[in-house]
Unconditional design. Structure first.
Length: 361
């Protein structure tokens, strides 16, 4: 249902002043600010919806790409619907006005269904983002390489080591990570989604994750690829497909692909990694590695704390995914790090030769 204003009251002046945040493709000309403090969220100040609204109206939100903010507005609406049983249109309108994003009133109807009409939500998001940021001329001169695997499999270490190895061979390369690779705003979003004190709805988590991907894509990946640099990323598309499906909530691979496609659609529609290394490490070995981290790095985040069953499912999904397309290369991650780096570099060589970049020695 659509919530009564009594549930989530919005300052009438904030709503009436947001004429440019409308369903016809307009957006507010004002940047995100603390003005949304008029939206009375304090009764649920520890909720995930409040956390997203607070982030959107914080100082760091001014650094966000417009499409990132649109994802976050939709994530806020998902969390409101999950926690309050619906979305109050006045609050949604005010949030769009304050964040210079597109107001889609049909979003409230899509989220009022039981379960939520996820396909409709994804379509509305695509429409909003297309109106917010038009398609751009973009040609990827470099290639996108991703590293995937469960928590503790060594993706971050290997992404950095592989980038250093390639750079030493004269290959132009940039290393990043999908979650939080783009400056302080991306890092803050990563902290938000991994905070174990929040319980996200399935769709809200997917939209929040994609918002972080957007920051990494538009600020790190796209400029590097356009400049002819290869990009090596710690996680990308396949993490969405492995970690986030929730069959009981109707969040399947097709919806997740729609959500991902919007991330890249204005510059590189359909962009996927040319090569994906899946670091194959049994869950028990990954647990031992995480236990050996320094004290400052050993705080269990929300994903790491989901338990054995979840991580065994992740392991199985990666095993199955590796068989579905030629771009996947499953690699034994139990090997010493320097040995693994050399193996990855050798397996990457055909891609580099194909693109006339370099021959590794």
């Amino acid at each position: 249902m659509i919530r009564s204003p009594a549930i989530l009251a919005v300052d009438s002046s904030a709503a009436s002043d947001s004429n440019s945040a409308n369903s016809d493709g307009g957006s507010s000309s004002e940047p995100p600010s603390s003005a949304l403090a008029h939206t009375h969220l304090h009764a649920h100040s520890h909720s995930s919806a409040h956390a997203v609204a607070a982030f959107l109206t914080s100082a760091v939100a001014g650094q966000l790409d417009p499409v990132t903010r649109q994802y976050l507005v939709f994530a806020w609406a998902c969390e409101q619907a999950a926690q309050q049983g619906g979305v109050e249109l006045g609050a949604l309108h005010a949030l769009c006005a304050q964040t210079a994003t597109i107001f889609k009133p049909d979003l409230a109807e899509a989220l009022s269904a039981a379960p939520a009409h996820m396909g409709m939500v994804a379509n509305l998001l695509a429409q909003a983002c297309a109106a917010l940021v038009p398609a751009q001329d973009f040609v990827a001169q470099g290639r996108l390489i991703s590293l995937e695997g469960g928590d503790g499999s060594g993706k971050t270490t290997q992404a950095q080591a592989l980038a250093a190895y390639l750079a030493a061979q004269g290959v132009p390369v940039v290393a990043t990570r999908a979650l939080g690779g783009a400056g302080s705003a991306g890092a803050a979003l990563r902290t938000l989604i991994l905070d174990p004190s929040y319980q996200w709805s399935a769709l809200g988590e997917a939209l929040l994750t994609a918002s972080i991907y957007r920051e990494t894509f538009v600020k790190i990946m796209a400029p590097a690829l356009a400049a002819g640099h290869h990009v090596i990323t710690d996680r990308w598309l396949d993490t969405l497909l492995v970690y986030l499906p929730q069959a009981a909530d109707g969040l399947d691979e097709s919806i997740l692909r729609q959500i991902y496609d919007i991330v890249v659609s204005d510059m590189a529609p359909g962009l996927e990694p040319e090569l994906t290394f899946i670091l194959d490490l049994p869950y028990t070995a990954a647990l031992a590695r995480r236990a050996g981290r320094s004290e400052g790095q050993n705080r269990t985040d929300r994903n790491e704390g989901k338990g054995d069953s979840f991580h065994q499912t992740v392991f199985s999904r990666y095993q199955a995914l590796a068989k579905t397309a030629p771009r996947y290369a499953m690699v034994d991650a139990l090997q010493p790090p320097e040995v693994l780096t050399h193996i990855l570099a050798q397996q990457l060589q055909p891609v580099l030769i194909h693109n006339k970049i370099a021959t590794l020695v």
